[in-house]
Design a protein around this ligand. Structure first.
Ligand SMILES: Cc1cc2nc3c(=O)[nH]c(=O)nc-3n(C[C@H](O)[C@H](O)[C@H](O)COP(=O)(O)OP(=O)(O)OC[C@H]3O[C@@H](n4cnc5c(N)ncnc54)[C@H](O)[C@@H]3O)c2cc1C
Length: 377
């Protein structure tokens, strides 16, 4: 079949890979004009995603992830108040993205293609783009366009994502930007600090070029903070260009008042050993945390995957692995010659939706245990 994918990030590329492997003619349409780079910070790469990358490209945990030994909670004075073994594989969004891109056939990803509308008939789907590109026709369309998915809203009006009541300030800063003894306790450990309605964490991730050599790696940090008042979230989401961004402000785009606020808050509210990471970060960024669940993961010849189908809270650390599972299961569903592709997608959608539902509940429970987000009723 000819399969079009809207969105060329982790979920879209994972689907492109599995569907190409099972013999389909796959084209990814990504709205960004250039390959995505340096945008995502650190990710925990759970077992399904590692298995998927190993099976498809011989990349192993030791090539993608910085070893981590301890999970340490520190108090405001920087003293360790809890210390447990930790073996989570911490990698970077870039490393996972680059691995996926390198495994796809040349020319499979079409940049600068913003899917604007779709029209389905009995034999296929017509896909139209915002400007400058001719429409394409495919047997199946996969919506991998993220939490703010335009396709989900077109297919299921009223299914927009909902704000969860807190935001994540994030950043990445070079390991060698600091004197070794100033950050020694943070090296190859996950370090966390918690206070009322706030959670800070940091861990090392690979260098932007993928290097895992000591001294070349980067500290990734995330600082979750409750912002129940949507007007303050609005002001943080308004970038230096004056535009109100949807759910995230990319590195380099935070406004001067937001940056000043972040630095002030870090110096006042975080232990010195970690506030130095925040204030030394060249281009912090921001994501508001939201929930989204599509009423169904397929409609006719269009399937939804990744955050477009269901956006999990980040504390589950499983967004990329869920995307890998979506991709593998979808390729299996479309590999068996189905007399009717619509029925195959429908069956897949029902199975996938019930498989992800437990993860969907786990996120808010974890968030509440840290005092984050709107209280559940
Ligand atoms: C704070 C935070 C921390 C996280 N930490 C982790 C973690 O530790 N581990 C983990 O596994 N996951 C984590 N995640 C989640 C993870 O990043 C995502 O679940 C995963 O990357 C899958 O994203 P996606 O590809 O579905 O969507 P996205 O990454 O949002 O990609 C959507 C793509 O579609 C493109 N697009 C959008 N609209 C259109 C259109 N109309 N036409 C064409 N292209 C379009 C966009 O440009 C983008 O490239 C975290 C998320 C957040 C917010």
């Amino acid at each position: 079949m000819k399969i079009a994918i809207a969105g060329g990030s982790i979920a879209g590329l994972a689907c492109a890979l599995t569907l190409t492997c099972t013999g389909h003619d796959v084209h990814v349409y990504e709205r960004s004009a250039t390959p995505l780079r340096g945008r995502g910070g650190g990710v925990v790469v759970l077992r399904q995603m590692l298995r998927f990358l190993e099976q498809h490209g011989q990349r192993t945990r030791s090539m993608l992830a910085v070893p981590t030994h301890r999970r340490r909670w520190i108090d405001m004075d920087g003293h360790v108040i809890r210390d447990d073994p930790e073996l989570l594989p911490f990698s970077s969004w870039d490393a996972v993205y680059r691995s996926l891109c390198s495994m796809l056939p040349p020319g499979a990803i079409h940049y600068g293609h913003h899917v604007a509308s779709v029209a389905e008939d009995a034999d296929g789907v017509d896909i139209r783009f915002d400007v400058g590109s001719s429409a394409v026709r495919a047997d199946v369309l996969i919506a991998a366009d993220g939490t703010g998915s335009r396709l989900r809203s077109l297919l299921f009006p009223g299914s927009a994502s909902s704000y969860a009541g807190y935001i994540a300030w994030r950043g990445v800063v070079d390991e060698n930007a600091f004197k070794r003894d100033h950050v020694a306790d943070l090296i190859e450990n996950m370090t966390l600090h918690r206070s009322d309605a706030e959670l800070f964490m940091t861990f090392l991730i690979p260098a932007l070029d993928g290097s895992l050599e000591s001294g070349t790696r980067r500290f990734n940090w995330l600082w979750y903070r409750n912002e129940p008042d949507e007007s303050s979230t609005d002001s943080f989401l308004t970038g230096r260009d004056g535009r109100r961004h949807h759910v995230s402000v990319a590195p380099g785009e935070l406004s001067e008042p937001s940056l000043a606020y972040l630095h002030r808050a870090a110096l006042e509210r975080l232990p010195r050993i970690v506030s130095q990471l925040v204030t030394a970060t060249p281009a912090p960024f921001l994501q508001s945390i939201s929930d989204a669940l599509s009423p169904s993961f397929a409609k006719g010849r269009i399937a939804l995957v990744g955050d477009a189908a269901c956006t999990l809270r980040p504390h589950t650390g499983s967004g990329t692995s869920k995307a890998a599972d979506d991709a593998v299961s979808l390729a299996q569903a479309l590999a068996t010659p189905a007399p009717d592709v619509v029925t195959a997608l429908d069956d897949w959608a029902a199975r996938r939706r019930s498989a992800v539902e437990p993860l969907l509940l786990k996120g808010p429970r974890l968030a509440q245990s840290f005092g984050l987000g709107y209280p559940s009723h």
